[in-house]
Design a protein around this ligand. Structure first.
Ligand SMILES: Cc1cc2nc3c(=O)[nH]c(=O)nc-3n(C[C@H](O)[C@H](O)[C@H](O)COP(=O)(O)OP(=O)(O)OC[C@H]3O[C@@H](n4cnc5c(N)ncnc54)[C@H](O)[C@@H]3O)c2cc1C
Length: 484
């Protein structure tokens, strides 16, 4: 990793080395531009870092842990991650959701296999998910594109997804009668951090189910940081530089460049512009809304989590919270500004497929729950109580834990405003017109300055597509590409 500020003037500066910043940098470098990435933190990677947060030998994914799109997004599909040492390990069960009484819902393998485990809801699940999963190669590229490019080349497939997804998860769940299928949908939809009656929660829920069937939900052997090592390796092989430990306070402090790409959210853009942004664009950026925060906990465990339900023991991800109504209640409480007593928790256990994360026989466990924006409340006891509810004896395995409240998440990474890990609320408006209503949302009102973070389309997650689309815009503006 370079740390010097010397060298010839770059064509492009990228502020921030999250997956989107690096995807933008790599895309520009592949087009022959000299690229300089400036990262404030001591290590690159933003939401894709791995550290020994608890005890020596226990490697925890600080933020992202599960990567359904690592091989599937067009950016990563065009990046030979494997040759740069990234090995995706796919658990047999993509995700499971324990229910009281030792039962669990589980998404594993094909639609038919999962439908077969859902009893009387098997037929309804097959009818709903079968066509959507078949259409993934047609719909996913459009779903990972900005609105101005997602005018579908496959209108029938997109219409099918859109019509089903328009329904909030609470309405979509009425297709099912049993607790298992309804819980599966609730856990997937709750990733949005929205109440389950909100528009688009159905679409997000379906999308997560679709990716589970189409790609599985893999973890990266050794930790998510390997993705970043691969991207920085590729960038440096193309002549790009990554400088760490340098926080950019004002755009005016940056050296001259033909383009500046910011892997930051709208609020930071306003600060960095230091008065240079005015008028309607600034007001639109000020209207940008952030979602709730998360309280993140990492554990070092002396053994695997003793889930009562066997499916949970084979799952890379476990959605912990109970039945649909329990999950819905938890998300509604957060939206109302309260800390749920029994929170819905997202838990990942990389050890089911990756023995390298902890000393022999021991495990890391990763988890978070949603909390009101900016919360300083440590939710670890409530999260542990939820896990214990479905895995009696869990607490006895805890060797050490590391906790980050929502407020501390923002201190860790300024892009997590109030602890929001999605780069902005996933409301209907901000899903369609992200971050502001502009034909090309990557351009800002400042000439030569672009946004490339997850606050732009297609939004949160490690897929690199915000960065790739922003870089394509830059290349079009510089005349290096005919169009975006
Ligand atoms: C707890 C948690 C769990 C998650 N789980 C998953 C998951 O399992 N799967 C998944 O796909 N996604 C997950 N995510 C989301 C994913 O991490 C983000 O969507 C993704 O990292 C966004 O990438 P980005 O490049 O837009 O921004 P970031 O990754 O946030 O990177 C932004 C970078 O810019 C730097 N920066 C900001 N301002 C400045 C400045 N002024 N000067 C210099 N540098 C600056 C920051 O330090 C940071 O490194 C999770 C996130 C969190 C926090």
């Amino acid at each position: 990793m370079s740390s010097s500020g010397s060298g010839a003037a770059p064509d492009a500066i990228v502020v921030g080395s999250g997956p989107n910043g690096l995807a933008a940098a790599v895309t520009l470098a592949r087009a022959g531009l000299a690229v300089h990435v400036i990262e404030g933190a001591a290590t690159p990677g933003g939401g894709c870092r791995t550290e020994e947060l608890t005890l020596p030998g226990f490697r925890h994914d600080v933020c992202s842990a599960v990567h359904p799109l690592a091989g599937a997004s067009p950016f990563f599909a065009g990046t030979d991650l494997a040759s740069r040492g990234v090995r995706l390990l796919t658990p047999k069960v993509a995700f499971a959701q324990p229910l009281d009484g030792g039962r669990a819902a589980a998404l594993a393998g094909s639609v038919d296999e999962t439908a077969g485990s859902l009893g009387r809801d098997g037929g309804a699940y097959r009818r709903l998910l079968g066509p959507l999963v078949r259409d993934v190669p047609l719909t996913l590229p459009a779903l990972l594109a900005p609105l101005f490019r997602s005018v579908p080349s496959h209108p029938v497939a997109m219409a099918r997804f859109g019509l089903e997804g328009l329904l909030p998860a609470s309405v979509l769940s009425r297709r099912f009668r049993g607790e298992e299928a309804r819980a599966l949908l609730a856990g997937a939809a709750a990733h949005t951090m929205l109440p389950l009656g909100a528009p688009l929660t159905g679409a997000y829920g379906l999308l997560f189910l679709m990716t589970g069937h189409a790609f599985g939900w893999p973890v990266v052997e050794g930790g998510s940081a390997r993705i970043i090592e691969a991207l920085t390796g590729e960038l440096e092989s193309l002549g790009g530089r990554v400088e760490t430990g340098r926080w950019v306070r004002r755009l005016d402090d940056l050296p001259p460049a033909r383009a500046v790409l910011l892997d930051v959210t709208p609020r930071q853009l306003i600060d960095l512009a230091a008065g240079r942004l005015a008028g309607p664009h600034r007001r639109a950026l000020e209207r940008f809304r952030y979602g709730p925060g998360v309280c993140k906990v990492d554990w070092a465990l002396s053994g695997p989590v003793p889930w009562q339900a066997p499916a949970c023991r084979e799952a890379g991800t476990v959605h912990v919270g109970g039945a649909f109504a329990d999950v819905a209640r938890s998300e509604s409480e957060v939206a109302a500004g309260r800390h749920p007593e029994r929170p819905f928790c997202l838990v990942a256990q990389p050890g089911v497929v990756d023995a390298s994360r902890a000393p022999a026989g021991q495990h890391t466990l990763w988890g978070y729950c949603h909390v009101p924006s900016g919360s300083g409340v440590d939710m670890s006891e409530r999260i542990e109580a939820q896990i214990e509810r479905f895995a009696p004896g869990f607490r006895d395995l805890i060797l050490a834990r590391s906790v980050r409240t929502a407020a501390q998440m923002e201190q860790h990474n300024p892009n997590y405003v109030g602890g929001d890990i999605g780069g902005g609320a996933g409301t209907l408006r901000q899903t369609l017109l992200r971050p502001t209503p502009r034909w090309n949302p990557y351009r800002t009102a400042l000439p030569g300055v672009y946004l490339c973070s997850s606050s732009t389309p297609p939004g949160g997650g490690v897929h690199g597509m915000c960065g790739e689309w922003a870089a394509r815009t830059v290349l079009a503006d510089l005349g290096a590409r005919r169009s975006v």
